[in-house]
Write a protein that binds this ligand. Structure first.
Ligand code: OAD
Length: 322
């Protein structure tokens, strides 16, 4: 067991966390890409934040889609493909189990990879702040309004099949390689693959208005978060009861409004526990908070164990069918 170096530093011992966890009722978790890193999926910032030569955050805008929908769709098609071939890790499973055991636990996820739903996280307690890679909608969602959920077709249209010369076509091996590279902090961009120019007519088309392209159902920079999700989250936070604990897991906490929920929870009484590989991403912690440094997939099942029990690896045969 390790002890904080000074009284102003966050706690790092599991025992004091477990004691607080066991008496906590209203618990919030904020999830980021680091949760899925050990499932082999790249994060956005730092190591792994490149897709080929592109900064992933630069592609996540409506302008990037408008400028080059073929490039945008190839990026999202790649992410869909990787996510479908990744498995929820033990942290996804432990959080899903915590939700089943505690109906007052709510998870706010910035992740669009579908791994928490595949870990059977109860849907009513999982708020997907940034949408989902497997939802698609008409580019002109306000006028046309077409959308569909849970479209796991891979590739979504034939033109978006991964190039065959892609060194990542052996996905199992690729996921393993990426997982280890990510945990080493290495750059895992696959820059050596040429990006084909796709024709607009070969991209996913809106079957309703038959005029526009479909786009991924994720939230891009400059866009609002889904209204129904926001309203559920607002209801949770505006409840008069205090919040006991806020878990901030694998996120750089740089994107708002998601990053702002920690101070709202704190204002409602929550003590905060940050789980991250990087101490630099755990900001504004007090001596009553916790910081657990390392891989979320290892730490989360460990620190939640007294409440959720022993968590095994994901079993494909028990997950919901894709
Ligand atoms: P980031 O890439 O910004 O941050 C990932 C965080 O996970 C960093 O703090 C890493 O130190 C940490 N990390 C990496 N591997 C980890 C591991 N194995 N265990 C624990 N922590 C680990 O990703 P997000 O914070 O999720 O939004 O980014 C937030 C949003 O910015 C995303 O949802 C996306 C992005 O642009 C949109 O696209 C709207």
């Amino acid at each position: 067991m390790s002890h904080p170096a000074s009284r102003d530093m966050p706690l790092t011992d599991v025992a004091s966390f477990v004691q607080h966890l066991q008496s906590s009722k209203r618990i919030v978790a904020l999830l980021g890409a680091g949760l899925s890193a050990s499932s082999g999926l790249p994060t956005f910032r730092g190591a792994g934040g490149l897709w080929r030569t592109y900064d992933a955050t630069m592609l996540a805008t409506p302008q990037a889609f408008q400028r080059d929908p073929g490039l945008s769709w190839q990026f999202y098609s790649y992410r869909r493909h990787m996510a479908l071939n990744a498995k929820p890790n033990r942290a996804h499973l432990a959080l899903a189990e915590l939700a089943r055991r505690n109906p007052a636990f709510i998870t706010l996820s910035q992740n669009v990879d579908g791994l928490s739903p595949r870990a059977n996280h109860p849907a009513g307690q999982l708020k997907l702040l940034h949408g989902n890679l497997f939802d698609v909608k008409c580019w002109d969602e306000h006028r046309c309004g077409y959308s569909r959920k849970n479209d796991f077709t891979d590739p979504i249209v034939p033109a978006l099949a991964l190039p065959t010369e892609n060194p990542d076509s052996d996905l199992k091996a690729a996921a393993e390689k990426k997982k280890h590279a990510l945990l080493r902090g290495a750059d895992i961009s696959d820059i050596n693959v040429e990006i084909p120019q796709l024709k607009r007519e070969d991209l996913p088309q809106c079957p309703s208005c038959k005029k526009n392209l479909l786009r991924p159902g994720v939230v891009w920079f400059g866009e609002s978060l889904p209204e129904d999700v926001m309203s559920d989250v607002d209801d949770y936070f505006s409840d008069r009861e205090k919040i006991d604990l806020m878990l901030v897991i694998g996120t750089s906490a740089k994107v708002y409004p998601a990053a702002g929920y920690t101070s709202i929870a704190r204002a409602k009484g929550a003590r905060v526990a940050v789980i991250n590989m990087d101490r630099g991403d755990a900001r504004e912690l007090t001596k009553d908070d916790w910081f657990f440094e390392g891989d979320a997939a290892v730490i989360i099942p460990d620190i939640l164990k007294t409440v959720v029990g022993e968590i095994g690896e994901f079993d494909d045969t028990k997950g919901p069918a894709l």
